[in-house]
Design a protein around this ligand. Structure first.
Ligand code: HEM
Length: 119
């Protein structure tokens, strides 16, 4: 169980990197956003976060559920923004119309990192 928990934490960090990495590299761009990586990262964060929460319960780890709920709500918004951006990219929409979704997903993931560490 402990090893599984550690693997999930690794997955949680990889998902985080897949969102925040492209965002930091491409935040000043106006085209060719790596929105598919951000979308994959958003799915990973929801899946690993929910599994970590369930496992933490089983391992008797103390979690702050107000913090987890806040992170979950923000992660859902990150997911919806990434999904909408990804769908637009798949339809071949103008890159400028993808930019707000890319920025919303990346910026809110940064907010979640700050919450995870400081709360
Ligand atoms: C964009 C989404 C997310 C980001 C950027 C993020 C970021 C982080 C970070 C940086 C940590 C390490 C904190 C530390 O060890 O001090 C962490 C841990 C954790 N996250 Fe997330 N997270 C996200 C979404 C979620 C979601 C949706 C859940 C659950 C519903 C969740 C549950 C957890 C749990 C259980 C831990 C380990 C326990 C803790 O220290 O709070 N995370 N997350």
């Amino acid at each position: 169980m402990e090893t599984l928990y550690s693997f999930l934490v690794v997955g949680h960090f990889i998902g985080l990197a897949a969102i925040v990495g492209p965002f930091l590299v491409q935040m000043r761009r106006n085209e060719n956003f790596a929105i598919a990586a951000v979308f994959g990262g958003a799915i990973t964060q929801l899946a690993t976060g929910i599994l970590l929460t369930g496992l933490a319960e089983g391992l008797d780890r103390d979690l702050d559920y107000a913090k987890i709920t806040t992170k979950l709500v923000i992660a859902l918004v990150v997911f919806v923004a990434a999904l909408l951006g990804w769908l637009r990219a798949r339809k071949g929409s103008n890159d400028r119309s993808i930019k707000p979704f890319f920025h919303a997903a990346g910026g809110l993931a940064l907010v979640n990192i700050i919450l995870a560490v400081f709360w």
